[in-house]
Write a protein that binds this ligand. Structure first.
Ligand SMILES: Nc1nc2c(ncn2[C@@H]2O[C@H](COP(=O)(O)OP(=O)(O)O)[C@@H](O)[C@H]2O)c(=O)[nH]1
Ligand SMILES: [Mg+2]
Length: 452
């Protein structure tokens, strides 16, 4: 248990209806008593009730600083398993700084980033993956991120690690038995039994690692709209994001720079990029814009070639279409106008087989097909056990050690295989933070905000 008492402002900086000061540690109650005066005395004057909101005043002894509510949560029934105090005040940044200053004067120390959660971890209330889930929840921006974080907070990753760990333990015990009682189980028999078990472990690790799903979850999907000038790209960006970001005119070459917008589909963030129309130009600014477009097109997860369906396709359009992969799509825009380019005509003249969609920004449901397409592309595996990059890295290393173990089974003595299994075990334990060193903890918690 920590001997000192930490304090921090737990709410976001800035102005809010309410702001919260939080304390944790053995001196929390004393500090509370010195800075907060309950409006009515407790039945037994000496005991401050636990887990009960108390109305009263924040005071520096001479003067009332604010009116608010305070709660004491006695150890171990608290977030950190220490005595925790939360004082709710009015949410002025100035007032909260003053209240915090007062608590520090009474002997509390300013908390570091994530120090409350770090104490919850050190005191065994949560494991490291759950501590990280708290941070993920604070940073959550979409429904799907929230679900992944809650799953992790409820122990999803922990259960996964526990299951694999106990299977590894059993294998280790089997090896030890072979080595200690060679007359009962020969090394060959032992090795033959191990192989399928290790292969099953590798399979389970692989199915837990969904790189694409994880990247979609945290980074979202990057989609670039490209094509000749005047195809309707900027209009699509504006309609999809619901904002008037890009300038739309009937003058070709209006968009010069890459313009970005965001939308959320099925809980996945989609980063849309509208690019300068691709064409030869004498205009320096437009040429630079085209260079940037080329870069955006190369780096995108998904490309949408926007072609004006009210005009026949040019050779240039067909050349651009040839750059699309099976993941990408052609969007035939302005389908509200008399068509001069139909999907089937285009299909006949195209080499690859990207999807062909039609759209209009003037029709009420003109973007439904495009949205359905994007939603399909944004679909990730759900129910992932492991999503955080740090965890994925640990799993990859564990998998590497298990592959080493399979190789060792072919050539070396069983106790060498045991060393590989041990290394796999250690990599997995980094996820839950068992035997985690200060360095790892500093790394994880430095990303937290102060006050959590
Ligand atoms: N009728 C019709 N006109 C459109 C549609 N989308 C864009 N336009 C018009 O086409 C012209 C070029 O649009 P813009 O979005 O600037 O194309 P960009 O150069 O590809 O970005 C503008 O005059 C738009 O109003 C559409 O769905 N239907
Ligand atoms: Mg444009």
């Amino acid at each position: 248990m920590n001997q000192d008492t930490i304090a921090a402002i737990a709410t976001a900086p800035g102005r809010g209806g309410i702001g919260i000061i939080r304390l944790s540690g053995p001196e929390s109650e004393r500090v509370l008593r010195e800075v907060f005066r309950p409006a009515s005395a407790f039945p037994a004057a000496s005991s401050w009730p636990s887990h009960r909101m108390i109305y009263g005043h924040l005071t520096n002894g001479d003067e009332i600083l604010d009116e608010g509510m305070a709660v004491l949560m006695r150890a171990p029934r608290s977030y950190t398993r220490e005595d925790v105090v939360e004082i709710q005040l009015h949410g002025s940044a100035f007032l909260l700084e003053e209240a915090l200053e007062l608590c520090l004067k009474k002997g509390a120390r300013l908390a570091g980033p994530g120090e409350f959660t770090r104490r919850a971890f050190l005191n065994g209330r949560i494991d490291l993956s759950q501590a990280e889930a708290v941070m993920s929840l604070i940073q959550t921006e979409t429904d799907r991120q929230r679900r992944a974080a809650v799953r992790q907070l409820e122990g999803g990753a922990s259960a996964f690690v526990r299951d694999l760990s106990s299977r590894l333990n059993r294998l280790q015990a089997g090896i030890a038995a072979c080595i200690d009682y060679p007359e009962e189980v020969s090394e060959e028999e032992g090795a033959a039994g191990l192989r399928p078990e290790i292969e099953a472990l590798i399979r389970d690790l692989e199915s837990a690692v969904d790189e694409r799903g994880s990247r979609l979850l945290y980074d979202g999907l990057r989609v670039t709209l490209f094509g000749r000038p005047n195809g309707g790209k900027s209009s699509l960006l504006n309609r999809l994001t619901g904002e008037d970001r890009a300038i739309v005119t009937d003058i070709p070459g209006t968009t010069r720079d890459v313009i970005r917008g965001e939308m959320t589909l099925d809980g996945i963030r989609i980063h849309l990029e509208d690019t300068a129309g691709l064409r030869e130009s004498d205009d320096l600014v437009e040429r630079l814009g085209v260079d940037r477009s080329e870069k955006a097109i190369r780096e995108a997860d998904l490309r949408l070639l926007v072609l004006d369906a009210s005009a026949p396709p040019s050779e240039e359009d067909l050349r651009l279409a040839a750059r699309l992969s099976g993941e990408d799509a052609v969007v035939l825009s302005k389908r509200d106008l008399p068509p001069r380019l139909r999907p089937e005509d285009l299909r006949r003249r195209m080499t690859g087989s990207p999807e062909i969609l039609t759209a209009s920004v003037l029709e009420p449901n003109g973007l439904a097909d495009l949205k359905a397409f994007l939603a399909r592309k944004a679909k990730a595996e759900t129910g992932l056990a492991v999503t955080l990059p740090r965890h994925l890295d640990a799993i990859r290393r564990a998998r590497g050690h298990l592959r080493d173990a399979l190789r060792t089974l072919e050539t070396g003595p069983l106790d060498l295989c045991s060393v590989d299994l041990q290394s796999a075990q250690e990599a997995l334990c980094e996820i839950t933070g068992e035997r985690a060193g200060e360095k790892l903890l500093d790394e994880v918690f430095s990303a937290f905000c102060v006050g959590k």
